[in-house]
Design a protein around this ligand. Structure first.
Ligand SMILES: C[S@@+](CC[C@H](N)C(=O)[O-])C[C@H]1O[C@@H](n2cnc3c(N)ncnc32)[C@H](O)[C@@H]1O
Length: 320
């Protein structure tokens, strides 16, 4: 993780506009039962204030809020969500109309210091760099708590994201989408009485890219990059087989859109990898929090029973 988020900015807003689903990891991501249990424990053992003033940092569309409301009840929780994505916050408000939203960078949160009973973040605050942890800690009032589940460098999600970025970059380097566009255009031409030789030569030009796609799936597994590689590979083959069922303009604009989305997908995967905390970075953050007057009750990797790849770093600390 960088000191002050010096990695290239990621278009999270485009992401939330599109899928509105933060859980696209086969290793479970935000839906993993261990993480859900972690948050259930946090809210069950939260300070006994009613309503409990909670701030969730880099909230996305509300995975943590959902558990808070489930455990505490909407009337016993007073939740503010911070995120810099307008679309994430809009989607969150659709689900939780009573939540207060704060559209801001987690490095500089315009909320009253020392005014919250509980500050939470799941796979979020670390995207804004180390200083954001202390910014978030500054929101907690004396007697309040801080609870964080952050990306773990070399954890399961880290591996998945790094494989996904590499796989998609290899697909781009092989120009699979461009060559598929050329192939399908030639195929549409043949279906309309054009020269089959042009189709054959497009097929020959595309052969190395097809081979590369097969190699990628073999090396990283068919489900790499949230199935994107396999889906594209299968869809292009199916369209090629049943070309008369499709509209040329729709297919070409679908391929253009896929091509454009790949850049931001790689950016998001790489930003997850660079946000992830090494053991040294996690220790330093814990140390600085104790310097800020926090006493830490839990700080460890969250390990699924069936894997030695941590799901997250978890941290619970109380403000003295
Ligand atoms: C992986 S998502 C996690 C969202 C949510 N906490 C969850 O568990 O589903 C990361 C979130 O961090 C937000 N984010 C990234 N960098 C940020 C920053 N510097 N300031 C505020 N939000 C940020 C993104 O918009 C995105 O919603």
């Amino acid at each position: 993780m960088t000191e002050d988020n010096t990695t290239a900015p990621v278009d999270w807003d485009a992401y939330w506009r599109g899928t509105k689903d933060g859980s696209s990891f086969s290793s479970g991501g935000v839906n993993h039962s261990l993480l859900i249990e972690f948050w259930q424990g946090v809210f069950q053992e939260a300070p006994a204030t009613s309503p409990l003033k909670i701030v969730d940092v880099a909230s996305g569309n509300g995975a943590v809020v959902e558990i808070a409301v489930d455990i505490l009840g909407a009337e016993k929780s007073d939740v503010t969500c911070v995120d810099y994505s307008t679309s994430a916050l809009q989607s969150l408000l659709e689900k939780f109309p009573n939540v207060l939203i704060c559209e801001a960078d987690a490095k500089n949160i315009p909320l009253e210091k020392h005014s919250f009973d509980l500050a939470t973040s799941q796979y979020g605050v670390e995207y804004a760099g180390t200083t954001a942890f202390y910014e978030m800690a500054g929101l907690v009032k004396p007697g309040g708590k801080l609870a964080i589940a952050a990306h773990h460098a070399n954890g399961g999600i880290f591996e998945e994201c790094s494989d996904a970025a590499e796989a998609v970059k290899r697909m781009q380097a092989a120009s699979f989408i461009t060559l598929a566009g050329n192939l399908l255009e030639a195929r549409f031409a043949v279906a309309n009485g054009g020269n089959p030789a042009n189709y054959q030569s497009a097929k020959t030009r595309m052969a190395p890219a097809v081979l590369e796609m097969k190699k990628i799936m073999l090396e990283y597994g068919e489900h790499v990059a949230g199935n994107t590689i396999k889906r594209l590979y299968d869809d292009v083959a199916n369209i090629n087989r049943r070309i008369t069922n499709y509209e040329q303009t729709e297919i070409i604009s679908w391929l253009d859109q896929m091509d454009n989305e790949m850049e931001s997908y790689i950016g998001r995967m790489e930003s997850m990898c660079s946000a992830a905390l090494t053991p040294e970075q996690f220790s330093e953050i814990c140390y600085q929090l104790t310097e800020l007057g926090f006493s830490i009750s839990q700080r460890e990797p969250l390990l699924p029973q069936d894997s030695d790849l941590p799901l997250a770093w978890i941290l619970i600390a109380s403000k003295q």
